[in-house]
Design a protein around this ligand. Structure first.
Ligand SMILES: Cc1cc2nc3c(=O)[nH]c(=O)nc-3n(C[C@H](O)[C@H](O)[C@H](O)COP(=O)(O)O)c2cc1C
Length: 296
């Protein structure tokens, strides 16, 4: 198998997800400083803002970090402008989600940057491998946020591993405890790609009420829907926790940020994966990383 450590620049196999809006420079730098590959969420950022955020990360850490881009959320300048800026800033890796990356992957690889592609099916894995992905992220339907997968991780992961051969595969979806991560790595995953757990980090760009709602939610509380989510085409599937306070906004899905009102954070459906019941408190990112690695 190709060596995950050399591809991501760290021996830590727990890879934080590049969550749009939530994984900003503070969270990325904290996670990179703690020894993981901090991963900036680039979705919908205008290219100039993306550049500023990437430079802010570099001013906060000299450790490897990565950036995530999503074509449906390319932002006002579009995906190509974002890609150009991202490549020029030379992160260790760029991850891609929700698209056909035939022309994108060669551009990233030509710059000597590791290319990670998140897929949710065997067909998606096949396509990403043919197009030259260095690392696959196999997302199960347990995942929080927008969900490209229709299949549970237990069924998808072995099939993707068979296809991937020497290409490392990270498992994703509901992996919010050391026990769950150990299980997927025992199945052959090279590491885990984790989103929801890190929303609760003190350094995330989440609204405090978003963190609180994650802490209060239990393992039965996520909902897989596909109605309306901010910035995405109607009908795009997502996993959320539902609000307890009744309001017209209840049917919308989002990730609440500090700039949103308390009322917004209380009444919208909030992105979260099936591991949300494992989240007990908001704490520094490095402590979450340690819980995920050791259970302690
Ligand atoms: C709040 C939130 C935002 C997300 N934003 C993105 C994104 O911008 N790009 C992306 O590739 N994946 C995004 N995801 C999905 C993650 O990449 C990953 O599949 C998911 O977090 C894994 O499941 P988990 O949340 O149960 O750990 C997001 C997930 C969450 C929870």
């Amino acid at each position: 198998m190709a060596d995950l450590e050399s591809l991501i620049g760290t021996h830590n196999p727990i890879c934080p997800a590049g969550m749009g809006g939530i994984a900003g420079p503070d969270l990325v730098a904290a996670l990179s400083e703690a020894g993981a590959l901090g991963h900036l969420g680039g979705i919908r950022l205008p290219a100039t803002d993306l550049q500023s955020w990437l430079r802010e990360v570099k001013s906060k850490t000299d450790k490897p970090f990565a950036v995530n881009l999503v074509p449906p959320g390319g932002g006002p300048d579009g995906f190509d402008a974002q890609l150009e800026v991202a490549i020029a800033e030379k992160p260790k890796a760029i991850s891609l989600y929700w698209g056909d990356f035939e022309t994108t992957i060669p551009k990233i690889k030509a710059a000597g940057i590791t290319t990670m592609v998140q897929i949710g099916s065997v067909a998606g894995a096949k396509q990403a491998l043919e197009q030259g992905a260095d690392i696959l992220i196999a997302q199960g339907i347990e995942a929080g946020g927008h969900v490209i997968s229709k299949t549970g991780l237990l069924s998808l992961l072995p099939e993707v591993l068979k296809l991937a051969g020497s290409v490392p595969v990270l498992a994703a979806g509901g992996l919010s405890s050391a026990e769950k991560i150990k299980t997927v790595m025992g199945m052959g995953a090279a590491g885990a790609w984790v989103g929801t757990s890190f929303i609760a980090a003190e350094e995330s760009n989440a609204h405090p009420i978003y963190r609180q709602r994650l802490i209060e939610a239990g393992p039965d509380d996520t909902h897989h829907g596909h109605f309306y989510s901010y910035g995405w085409p109607i009908g795009t599937p997502y996993r959320v926790i539902k609000p307890k306070i009744k309001a017209l906004r209840n049917w919308k899905a989002a990730g609440a940020r500090p700039g949103n009102t308390d009322r917004f954070a209380q009444t919208v459906q909030l992105y979260a994966g099936q591991g949300v019941g494992d989240i007990q408190k908001s704490e520094p990112a490095q402590d979450i990383l340690r819980h995920l690695a050791t259970g302690l």
